[in-house]
Design a protein around this ligand. Structure first.
Ligand code: TA6
Length: 279
């Protein structure tokens, strides 16, 4: 596979990292999981993504941080309890299909080893397209190559880098959310939207743009093709209980996920794109 000028491959532990270094940004993508780990635009050199210092880069476990790809289901499988949380493509190797240098960005397209797996019947092609420049545009494209309609759930499960969760506000969300910590009880979104405890919420709204404000870091998030925004912070106790997260890790991360949680139908011969843009 011929890589473009701004791309290079770097083995790290058991994982091959794709490094993108162009005039506008520096990014690191793990080919294990098709997983963006780092995105730093050069106009301000501010890291937009958080990666756990305890993340397991063993090409077996999901990577804690960056942008995990949850597909073809989000969270627990709807009917089969023994299956992995968040589907099976975040724990398999992906490969670079093509990459191109453009004046304003590098465009990379990746595919997983397989889209087939226990718990999902659909016949699909899955592509991850990354546009890496002053902003990071990430598109997950699900194409139905079979003869039957399919339905899937998914998330671009982004861990955003923040200064301090105790001084952090998320703007742009309103309406109700389903609280996973209270048996999916419907609760109205707080204003201002700040954080002082474990948070695990599915917002069944589709705002096009959101902003995270935390100290000097202001991150803009645009979403398309979603039916939900998921907001997660494990807080102190859960951070301590997680093997792949440092005890204080929760203070510098906030997950704001562009998601399909209600089921997206894709007809034969058609495709659906889930997109997040980070600035
Ligand atoms: O997206 C929020 C969530 O579903 C939480 O419930 C929490 O489990 C988080 O994802 C992390 O999941 P993981 O399987 O990566 O540990």
């Amino acid at each position: 596979m011929h890589l473009c000028k701004t791309a290079s491959l770097l083995p790290q532990d058991d994982i091959e990292m794709l490094i993108i270094d162009n005039d506008h940004a520096h990014a690191t993508i793990s080919l294990f999981g098709g997983h963006v780990l780092s995105f730093i635009p050069k106009h301000d050199n501010v890291q937009r993504l958080w990666l756990s210092k305890e993340a397991m880069l063993d090409a077996q476990h999901p990577i804690r941080g960056g942008i995990p790809i949850c597909w073809p289901w989000f969270g627990a499988h709807a009917s089969e309890s023994g299956l992995a949380s968040h589907g099976y493509v975040r724990t398999q190797n992906w490969h670079v299909v093509d990459c191109a240098d453009e004046p304003e960005q590098t465009v990379v397209r990746l595919k997983p080893s397989t889209t087939q797996g226990k718990g999902f019947e659909g016949e699909t092609q899955l592509s991850l397209v990354l546009f890496i420049g002053r902003e990071l545009r990430i598109q997950l494209v699900t194409e139905n190559t079979g003869n039957e309609p399919l339905s899937y759930t998914s998330a671009l499960h982004t861990y955003f880098n923040i200064d301090d969760i105790n001084h952090c506000e998320l703007t742009g969300l309103d309406g109700d959310y389903l609280d996973k910590l209270q048996d999916y009880q419907r609760i109205s979104t707080p204003t201002p939207y700040t954080f002082n405890e474990e948070t695990d919420r599915v917002h069944l709204v589709t705002p096009e743009s959101l902003t995270i404000v935390s100290g000097n870091i202001k991150t803009h998030i645009q979403s398309n093709g979603h039916d939900s925004i998921v907001v997660w912070n494990p807080w102190a106790d859960k951070s301590k209980s997680m093997q792949d997260m440092e005890d204080q890790g929760y203070k510098n991360m906030l997950c704001v996920e562009t998601a399909v949680t209600q089921g997206q139908q894709v007809l034969p011969g058609q495709s659906h794109t889930l997109e997040q843009v980070i600035r």
